[in-house]
Design a binder for this molecule. Structure first.
Ligand code: WT7
Length: 636
């Protein structure tokens, strides 16, 4: 048991009180259980007006020593990483802490050989293989900043991210397996890098064995450059000592503008917060197997497959495949095969598996499960109940964990078996987290069951530090709306117990199958099609995806085939963003409802997409009210 793990509700209340009375003392206590090269001069400093936050100021450390080296003595032979391949017939890979440590040291040496230095940005586009984790940790070991790009993103999206990060190095795989599909990742990288002449170095890990083109001088095989590395030297090379506030990684996420933001997290605070939240929310006990089904291309994978679990010496299981291949019993097979203790997945996966009924669960032994978790979007009661009854067999606490890429780790959640749970409620904040609900005028909403904007009244170690290359954007997006607060972009209310229920985004950000997408981003992609004049994208409730994408599109006169154009529009979206951003519904309209100043009235379009075609609210400010009638009449 970890000293900062709360084990009872009273323990939680006590910790919460301590965190309120003296936050710095509270966090210093937690941070005392990590390895630092140099102790901090101060615990925290916050300047909300300028969006400037530091944690463990002046401290020096290397996060990978906390993830690896410090476990070698006691847990060197324990499994750190267990890899379940896409194809269940292929071999599982297990890396002990000693083995993972050695691989990370070797990969770090390889990166040094390739001329990568502290502070350099390294983009990683690999799919779910152990070498992805090794590559991330190798970057962290030498003080380079990794930016993992989800394997579903298109060449254009890779190029945008590589360019924004100013990366001159990229690590990828030849290909990736995804269910029955094989994806040629290196080909996509080649397309992307045509637009990124600054990238001088590409390291390719061979995974699928598919044919790839290697550009002389730029592209290198991972296994070949690894031949330069002397294992003894690699093991002896000390990890880079970095400042607590040096960046650890950049992770791009969507906002309400067309351009994704590079969320920056730093070493000390992120380390402390992911380990602290992991240990407490999931109540991890030594020897347990933690299976987070997320892709490491998203923050959930960063925090709860890689950094959080490894920091506390857990066994983390990573899964290459998809929930429904070869059949809808795949997760249950993995749980059974590895005797998984903790399962952490997304509502969209739960709803999708629920739609197959109980058949796929039959014959699977899920008795090893102790805690089951949900993340990424509000979980509806029906899915919660099914998860609780059919997967947890009514005996596992369900943790509905609310957080964001920007928060680094879980802020509001039940602590498994320690604090109460309630279907579709994220429930209570972790000690050290101080949520408030504000109304439009910035006043606190105190009434029960009344919706407000969810904000945080104080900083915590995992808070976003900046948006890469543009600090003003960070300030404007999160700290401007309500001075003195971090603004989440979510709406929420509280029940009579003070439990939080998150109701969803209140900005133009969609959450489609747990993937975060900006409506403006999708519109920009659609507008790239030569036959499209303009478009407006909104979300609508979708049984499995949570939210679906509804696009209203104005095309040029005289198009031949509306259905062919619909396909082309989706091809365009796939090309500019990625296949996962395809529109579920595309309605051709003669015009969009706009105010006299030219602003699209999304409120109306949202209502129509949701199926409300009568009560449209005030349309008198519209330039052409007639267009609303037409759109409502032809709704898909
Ligand atoms: C947005 C953040 C958190 C890691 C994965 C997604 C929504 C997330 C919950 C939850 C209701 C949730 C919010 C949030 N969200 N978890 N338990 N209940 N909504 O990270 O891509 O940064 O998305 O996901 O709307 O703002 P992300």
């Amino acid at each position: 048991m970890l000293p900062y793990q709360m084990r009872t509700f009273d323990g939680y209340l006590d910790a919460y009180r301590r965190s309120m009375e003296d936050p710095d003392a509270f966090w210093a206590d937690v941070a005392g259980h990590f390895n630092w090269h140099r102790k901090w001069d101060f615990v925290s400093r916050s300047d909300f007006d300028n969006a400037q936050f530091s944690w463990f100021g002046g401290a020096m450390l290397n996060i990978t020593e906390n993830c690896l080296d410090r476990h070698l003595e006691d847990k060197g032979n324990d499994i750190a990483l267990c890899w379940e391949p896409n194809d269940p017939a292929k071999a599982v890979r297990k890396l002990s802490y000693r083995e993972l440590h050695r691989e990370v040291c070797r990969a770090a040496e390889m990166l040094r050989w390739q001329g990568i230095c502290k502070g350099d940005r390294v983009c990683i586009y690999m799919g779910m293989v152990p070498e992805l984790v090794i590559a991330m940790l190798a970057c962290a070991r030498i003080g380079a900043i990794h930016s993992v790009i989800f394997g579903g993103f298109s060449a254009q999206s890779i190029a945008d991210r590589v360019e924004d990060a100013g990366a001159r190095h990229l690590i990828c795989c030849d290909g990736a397996f995804r269910g029955a599909k094989e994806i040629a990742l290196k080909d996509i990288v080649d397309d992307a890098l045509v637009r990124c002449p600054a990238v001088a170095n590409v390291i390719v890990f061979r995974h699928t064995g598919c044919p790839v083109r290697m550009l002389e001088g730029r592209d290198h095989w991972w296994h070949e450059v690894m031949l330069n590395v002397d294992d003894q030297e690699a093991l002896q090379h000390p990890a880079e000592s970095v400042d607590s506030e040096d960046p650890l990684f950049i992770l791009y996420t969507s906002g309400s503008t067309g351009k994704p933001k590079g969320v920056v997290h730093t070493c000390g605070g992120y380390m402390v917060y992911t380990a602290y939240s992991f240990a407490n929310v999931f109540q991890y006990q030594p020897g347990q197997i933690h299976f987070c089904t997320a892709d490491i291309g998203w923050v959930t994978g960063h925090s709860y497959i890689v950094y959080g679990p490894l920091c506390i010496g857990a066994t983390s299981l990573m899964f290459e495949g998809v929930p429904t291949w070869p059949d809808a019993g795949r997760f249950w097979h993995v749980v059974d095969r590895h005797r998984v203790d903790i399962l952490y997945t997304a509502p969209t996966a739960i709803r999708s598996l629920m739609s197959f009924g109980e058949g796929p669960l039959e014959g699977k032994d899920l008795s090893s499960l102790k805690v089951i978790g949900s993340v990424g979007e509000p979980i509806n009661e029906e899915a919660w109940q099914w998860y609780h009854d059919q997967v947890g067999k009514g005996r596992c606490p369900v943790v509905d964990t609310w957080w964001q890429t920007e928060t680094g780790g879980i802020l509001i959640s039940t602590l498994a078996g320690v604090t109460p749970q309630k279907p579709s409620f994220a429930t209570l904040p972790l000690p050290g987290i101080f949520p408030v609900l504000l109304n439009e005028r910035g006043q606190e909403v105190t009434a029960l069951h009344e919706n407000g904007y969810l904000c945080m009244a104080a900083s915590w170690p995992g808070i976003i530090r900046t948006t890469y290359g543009n600090h003003e954007r960070c300030r404007a997006a999160y700290f401007n709306q309500f001075p003195g607060y971090y603004f989440t972009g979510d709406g929420a209310y509280r029940d009579e117990n003070g439990y939080y229920r998150i109701t969803g985004r209140i900005d133009d950000v969609l959450n489609v199958s747990g993937h975060r997408l900006g409506t403006a981003e999708i519109e920009n992609a659609i507008n790239e099609h030569p036959e499209i004049v303009e478009s407006a994208v909104v979300g609508f409730p979708h049984d499995i995806k949570g939210q679906g994408i509804y696009a209203y599109v104005v095309h040029t006169p005289d198009i031949a085939q509306p259905d062919a154009l619909r396909n082309e529009i989706n091809e365009t979206i796939a090309r500019f963003i990625g296949p996962f951003a395809r529109a579920d519904k595309i309605q051709f309209v003669s015009g969009l409802p706009k105010t006299r100043s030219g602003k699209i009235m999304r409120r109306i379009l949202r209502k129509i997409a949701e199926g409300e075609t009568q009560q449209m609210g005030d349309v008198t400010t519209l330039l052409d009210p007639g267009v609303v009638e037409e759109i409502a009449l032809n709704r898909l």
